[in-house]
Design a protein around this ligand. Structure first.
Ligand SMILES: Cc1cc2nc3c(=O)[nH]c(=O)nc-3n(C[C@H](O)[C@H](O)[C@H](O)COP(=O)(O)OP(=O)(O)OC[C@H]3O[C@@H](n4cnc5c(N)ncnc54)[C@H](O)[C@@H]3O)c2cc1C
Length: 220
């Protein structure tokens, strides 16, 4: 007896489940309620070149089954590999960020003076007490510790996306905690598609047809 399989949602889980089932010979239909695939693994591509990923940002080397599927879908060549702690994707390039002075000199999203001030801030971030800045906003903290220009060109889009509120409405303590986290992550080797994580979901969705699975809109 033929068994029809319905997968609810074309996020990364639904897409990979659909491909897996179809490659095992099952008859699969994925239903997606939104106009885009990917769910939390979709991207907003902004006119100024920045790519903001909704959730999932990077594929870590441990994600072997996903990585195998990426290879099978033929989208491996679109992956940028990066061997660092954090990266900011702009204009198709990953801008490596690591809180050590050598790495900071190569960071292209800030001017030289701002890089030095940001590097110094990161070097001493663990000795900063949040209580000292409990009445300050993140915007005031960045302006004071780095510069107004750095706030407008780099930190404002970053913080607004991270927290969903502009840095003027965000507490400095949130930002200090974020910087402390940034400084703690070590040896984070990973990869990301050139135009954001959405490309991964779109590539997997394109691969559905070749494995015989269907993607259809779900009624809202
Ligand atoms: C800020 C943030 C950062 C993250 N960073 C990383 C990271 O760097 N690396 C990492 O590996 N993971 C990361 N994650 C986790 C990762 O994003 C999620 O685990 C993953 O994307 C979840 O995929 P999913 O397919 O399970 O669910 P979702 O992405 O939520 O997909 C669910 C899909 O189902 C659809 N849907 C829902 N209800 C229905 C319905 N009734 N009918 C039809 N369709 C429906 C939705 O529209 C959506 O497309 C992050 C998450 C967040 C929030």
């Amino acid at each position: 007896m033929a068994v029809n399989n319905v997968v609810c949602g074309a996020g990364i889980a639904g897409l990979t489940a659909g491909i897996d089932l179809a490659t095992r010979g099952r008859n699969v239909t994925i239903l997606e309620k939104e106009n885009v695939v990917g769910g939390h693994a979709s991207s907003h591509r902004l006119p100024n070149g920045f790519v903001h990923d909704m959730g999932l940002h990077v594929i870590i080397p441990d994600a072997v089954p996903l990585y195998e599927m990426v290879k099978a879908a033929g989208i491996e060549s679109s992956l940028i590999r990066f061997d660092m702690q954090f990266g900011f994707l702009k204009d198709g390039q990953v801008n490596a960020f690591s809180p050590n002075p050598l790495s900071m000199t190569k960071f292209r999203l800030l001017g030289l003076r701002d890089k030095i001030r940001f590097g110094k801030l990161m070097m001493g971030i663990n000795s900063i007490s949040e209580g000292e800045f409990s009445n300050a906003t993140a915007a005031e903290f960045v302006t004071d510790k780095i510069s107004r220009k750095a706030l407008e060109s780099f930190f404002e889009p970053l913080l607004t996306r991270l927290s969903a509120v502009p840095p003027e409405a965000l507490s400095a303590t949130f930002f200090i905690d974020f910087l402390k986290l940034l400084g703690q992550v070590r040896n984070f080797k990973s990869c990301i598609p050139k135009t954001g994580i959405g490309e991964l979901a779109e590539g997997l969705a394109s691969h559905l047809e070749s494995v015989g699975a269907a993607l259809e809109p779900a009624q809202k």
